[in-house]
Design a protein around this ligand. Structure first.
Ligand code: GLU
Length: 308
């Protein structure tokens, strides 16, 4: 008997949801549900300073407005510190984790990587500190903790993008598991949450494809199963730039002043090629004909006339 599909949508509410996030939510939801599975919502607000409570609430209510009905309780990462702590302790017991006293540490953790960001590879400065050096530095500074990755390649078999291989030593290199301020890093939290929620299918934007080999490595290290991955193309605006909070993409709150939930869902479905033309529709109405394989690998555009 095959395992029932469990999908998830995992937004980081550091801004209002924009059409790119919504497209991802829609595909993740339709994919899981049309395989007879469940789809979960997880709020990735690890960095509370960037994801205040009002944005978390808005994100949940925007998704509700569009008709998403999540299967099971909403998981909120900022409430999961003890779960991350427990697994982090397990990793500390392996010889692969080391304290890092470098000050750039805080810049490179607990954020999902986005396309266009230059990949920073840690040069290994603190990898070989002696116990005495560590002890001395500990008196001056609280360290971050990094995972020493082996020099091996990991291949993701992606349902949309095909095979993607990365050598861990260069992508991402030794990565942060916990920042010096105690905040757990994105890679660690995602891998723990997916495993503990029984997620079998990860549908997300292809800007995160390059981070997936590191997550698979962590899964292997922890004895967690690797889910099926489908990294969907990103939405680009009429100016050819990807829709993102940082590029002032239009928010759902603004869109919903002008369009109904059905019109918005219809525009996303038409942009993804799930329906031939923009027309109002519900998530349910898209289920009978849903086919993940119609999604192209390259960027997608919303229908003409729909604001981005
Ligand atoms: N929270 C990430 C984002 O909003 C997505 C992480 C994931 O789906 O694994 O970009």
């Amino acid at each position: 008997m095959s395992t029932p599909v469990v999908g998830r949508f995992a937004p980081t509410p550091s801004g209002y949801l924009h059409p790119g996030n919504l497209l991802c939510a829609m595909i993740a939801y339709l994919s899981a549900r049309t395989q007879g599975g469940r789809c979960l919502l997880r709020i990735e607000d690890l960095d509370k300073a960037r994801c205040p409570a009002n944005l978390v609430r808005q994100c949940i209510s925007d998704l509700d407005f569009l008709g998403f009905r999540w299967d099971g309780p909403i998981l909120v990462q900022s409430e999961r510190t003890p779960a991350y702590e427990a697994i982090f302790r397990r990793l500390l017991d392996t010889s692969r984790v080391y304290p890092c006293f470098c000050s750039r540490a805080q810049l490179h953790a607990s954020q999902a990587p986005n396309r266009g960001d230059t990949l920073y590879v840690y040069p290994g400065t603190c990898r070989a500190l002696s116990p005495a050096e560590i002890q001395q530095k500990m008196q001056e500074k609280v360290p971050a903790y990094r995972l020493h990755v082996p020099d091996t390649a990991i291949t993701v078999q992606d349902r949309i993008q095909g095979p993607f291989t990365a050598g861990l030593a260069d992508n991402p290199g030794d990565f942060i598991l916990r920042r010096a301020d105690g905040v757990f890093a994105y890679h660690l939290a995602v891998v723990i949450d997916d495993a503990e929620s029984g997620v079998t299918e990860v549908v997300r934007g292809c800007d995160i494809l390059s981070a997936t080999p590191a997550q698979i490595y962590l899964q292997q290290l922890l004895g967690f199963p690797t889910p099926v991955y489908a990294h969907i193309p990103l939405l680009v605006g009429s100016d050819g730039r990807r829709l993102a909070k940082r590029n002032q993409a239009i928010s759902l709150s603004a869109l919903s002043k002008k369009y109904s939930a059905e019109e918005i869902i219809g525009a996303l479905a038409a942009g993804a090629g799930l329906i031939p033309e923009w027309r109002p529709c519900t998530l349910e109405s898209l289920m009978p004909a849903f086919d993940l394989s119609v999604l192209p690998r390259r960027d997608l555009c919303l229908p003409e006339g729909f604001p981005d």
